[in-house]
Design a protein around this ligand. Structure first.
Ligand code: ADP
Ligand code: MG
Length: 252
């Protein structure tokens, strides 16, 4: 699974467990992501994929195990350290999570105002314009989220994370509910972010085209553990096996 052995590890997870009441969601997850690595995580609905990335970003606490991100144990650090760490982790939520009562400009300004209190108004405006150009939507700056298409909302959601220049990107089903053309545009944007921002990433997806286009490696979450992980070639030796796995693990 690990191609670049000499590169530093950015995410290291050992024996992670997480339950909600009697529901065991994660039951011994091990994961290692190196700098610049992009991992697609597959698994059927309810298998714990979103919970995993919420734990990585400090939104949920693990019950057991260690979760180290950029050298820090997410559940052991102070609130202040966690806030700094979270500013280095971009989280692209499944529903884009834009603030509906704010314009695109205000949505993009929000993380900057919260995290970089020393920036001037013109620096904030410049950062907003830059990131809107990166996602190809400069014309939407004064629009409300309700006026955007699903694909545009996704892009603005990604732009909002890029504005803090994250080191790690976590994408929760980035192409879910999008048509094939819009999906391929989002895949291209994820690729662009990987090369231009040099992010390491986890891409949760049911969409194999998305996984193949945006990830170097793939891991399959089944019964709270990674059942298989490795390059696409290692995990799916033939097209047939992909179909087989979709059937066996009921990804959709
Ligand atoms: P998915 O793989 O579809 O992203 P999730 O990670 O969202 O699945 O959820 C895994 C399981 O954990 C589901 O059964 C879900 O209902 C449950 N779950 C997730 N978050 C919570 C929570 N905050 N409280 C209680 N149960 C939760
Ligand atoms: Mg999910």
């Amino acid at each position: 699974m690990i191609k670049n052995d000499s590169k530093p590890t950015v995410i290291s997870i050992k024996n992670l467990k997480k339950s909600f009441g009697s529901l065991k969601v994660l039951d011994g997850v091990n994961l290692n992501i190196k700098l610049g690595e992009n991992l697609a995580v597959l698994g059927k609905s309810g298998s714990g994929k979103s919970v995993l990335i919420k734990i990585i970003s400090g939104l949920l606490k693990p019950d057991a195990g260690t979760v180290e991100v950029l050298g820090l144990e997410v559940d052991k650090i102070s609130t202040k350290e966690l806030r700094t760490l979270r500013s280095k982790i971009g989280f692209s939520f499944q529903n884009s999570a834009l603030y509906d009562s704010m314009t695109v400009r205000e949505n993009l300004a929000f993380p900057l105002i919260r995290n970089k209190t020393d920036l001037s108004k013109s620096e904030i405006q410049h950062a907003i314009e830059e990131v809107l150009n990166q996602v190809g939507l400069p014309q939407t700056i004064s629009q409300m989220p309700s006026e955007l298409s699903g694909g545009q909302r996704k892009r603005i959601g990604i732009a909002r994370t890029l504005i803090l220049k994250p080191e790690i990107m976590l994408y929760d089903e980035p192409t879910a509910g999008l048509d094939p053309i819009t999906s391929s545009e989002i895949n291209s944007l994820i690729k662009k972010v990987q090369t231009q921002y040099k992010t390491s990433s986890i891409i949760i997806t049911h969409d194999l085209t998305c996984a193949k286009n945006t990830a170097d490696n793939v891991a399959i979450l089944v019964n709270g553990k990674f059942l298989q992980s490795g390059s696409f070639e290692e995990v799916f030796k033939s097209e047939n096996e992909i179909a087989q796995s979709f059937y066996e693990y009921n990804f959709i």
